[in-house]
Design a protein around this ligand. Structure first.
Ligand code: AHM
Ligand code: MG
Length: 365
């Protein structure tokens, strides 16, 4: 649309020339519709969204907004590296292993460093903990006790998809720093229910950031031309049901019996199967379309494979805030008392009806 066309469209929509507006406008106008540049463009950035939220909380210091802005900056940096991939020599493996004993991909390391650097320099961050580091890192200059937040993350989830141009993502969880704790790990080991915020960034055909601060779920999409995450949905809700399950079905014979029975029941009911093999991509699809995502215990991983503190907890908070359920077996994930930073748990999350179909089998199994 040309400028003249879009001006005309506005004139029709507003009943007056858009550019006649200054007469009634004062500098105190701050909402997007006070200055309808085009009337159609989405101009609510994640920063403006967070600042507006901050204003609703009396006494907010701005620290939280600052922490989120560090995460969105790191996400833009990671997204740029992911997009260029082999062109900037960012693909392939390192000669090192991470704390889980897994071979690190170059992008794992790049993403981890980006998050550590962005978060480590922000006031507000007391401790950062990553899937890639054995111990939580105490941000050095925080000993004055003024920094209130702990940030945990999986810098690049779904590493096996990196080299094949598949969906990958970053998952994060934000907790309040517990100053009574005797060690950094002591402050980190809080139940998922204590999370102040949680989110993920999916580097797919678009880069999208999904966030909850405990007040519903918001989705932002990175506009590559503006270099900004723009709000596209301020209240994502998960469908109550959908005949779709997401699980690595090759492991079926290693799952406990009730999971096997659920899958065989779903086959008879005409369910479809969708599995990307990257939790961020599989949970994102489940959130938007409904269904259930499962990573059950297996013989090889009796506690499950996914990590409680920076994979299951943040995803559980998002799914619950969107109106769904998230369980580890029959237990609500957000109520699990953690005992170790890298502890694993099994996961069943998604639409309420679909999760209940699995958990009821586990209860009676
Ligand atoms: P990662 O954090 O090392 O990438 O591993 C976690 C990933 C999840 O994204 C995904 O749901 C799962 O591992 C896939 O595991 P599997 O290959 O056993 O199905
Ligand atoms: Mg992961």
């Amino acid at each position: 649309m040309t400028i003249t066309q879009s001006q005309r469209a506005l004139e029709t929509k507003n009943g007056l020339g858009a550019y006649a507006a200054p007469k009634t406008m004062t500098p105190s106008h701050s909402t997007d519709d006070a200055l309808p540049l085009t009337g159609h463009e989405n101009l609510t950035t994640i920063q403006s969204y967070l600042l507006a939220e901050e204003r609703r909380h009396e006494g907010a210091s701005g620290n939280f907004t600052w922490v989120l802005s560090a995460i969105s900056l790191a996400a833009k940096f990671i997204s740029a590296k992911v997009r260029r991939g082999a062109l900037v020599d960012a693909l392939g493996t390192m000669s090192t292993e991470n704390v889980q004993g897994e071979v690190q991909q170059r992008l794992d390391v790049i993403a981890n460093e980006a998050l550590l650097r962005c978060l480590g320099r922000r006031s507000g961050v007391a401790i950062v903990a990553s899937e890639e580091n054995e111990e939580p890192l105490l941000v050095e200059s925080n000993c004055n006790g003024k920094r209130p937040y702990v940030v945990l993350f999986d810098p690049l989830d779904g590493s096996s998809n990196i080299d094949v141009c598949g969906g990958i993502g970053t998952i994060f969880s934000i907790l309040r720093h517990d100053r009574r704790a005797e060690s950094a790990e002591g402050s980190v080991l809080q139940r998922g229910l204590e999370q102040s915020a949680a989110g993920y960034i999916l580097y797919g055909p678009q880069t999208t950031l999904v966030l909850t601060t405990g007040n519903g779920v918001q989705q932002f999409v990175l506009d590559p031309e503006l270099g900004q995450f723009l709000l596209t949905n301020d209240n994502l809700r998960i469908p109550q049901a959908n005949k779709s399950y997401s699980v690595n079905e090759a492991y079926t014979s290693a799952f406990p019996q009730p999971y096997q029975e659920y899958l065989s029941w779903a086959h008879g009911e005409g369910y479809s199967s969708r599995y990307v093999g990257a939790m961020v991509a599989d949970v994102h699809r489940t959130l938007l379309k409904g269904g259930v995502f499962l990573y059950p215990p297996t013989e090889r991983a009796p506690q499950g494979k996914l990590r409680l503190m920076y994979e299951a907890n943040p995803m559980a908070m998002i799914i619950e805030q969107a109106g769904g359920l998230a369980c580890a077996g029959t237990e609500r994930i957000l109520e699990i008392e953690p005992t170790a930073l890298h502890q694993r748990c099994s996961v069943i999350l998604g639409s309420t009806e679909e999760v209940e179909r699995v958990t009821s089998r586990l209860q009676h199994g």
